[in-house]
Design a protein around this ligand. Structure first.
Ligand SMILES: [Zn+2]
Length: 102
């Protein structure tokens, strides 16, 4: 029975965790609008040499100017390198703080 127990867990409801989603936060250099972007681990990432690469065109809701994002991750989905043309990345805390001001 141990096998079945492991398979189905202990029956307790688990809080929802977005295991497939990676979240990035950015600010447009032109209009200063903060945006949150979700990358799906199984659909949006490309396999590269030692991890994953993510390319995305981000469009903010302020000036609608496209920003080119490029993020390099290792196999544990830790960010190795990130670049954003036309804007810059911020932390989740900075994003929350900016949204609370509005
Ligand atoms: Zn903008």
């Amino acid at each position: 029975m141990g096998f079945l127990k492991n398979l189905f867990g202990d029956g307790k409801p688990k809080p929802y965790v977005d295991r497939k989603g990676l979240y990035f936060y950015a600010v447009c250099d032109n209009c200063k609008t903060a945006v949150r972007i979700r990358a799906d681990k199984s659909h949006d990432l490309n396999n590269v040499d030692k991890g994953y690469a993510w390319h995305k065109t981000i469009v903010d809701a302020g000036c609608f100017r496209p920003m080119q994002a490029f993020v390099l991750l290792d196999r544990e989905y830790k960010v190795v390198k990130k670049e954003l043309e036309g804007g810059h990345f911020i932390s989740e805390a900075e994003y929350e703080a900016m949204n609370n001001e509005q």
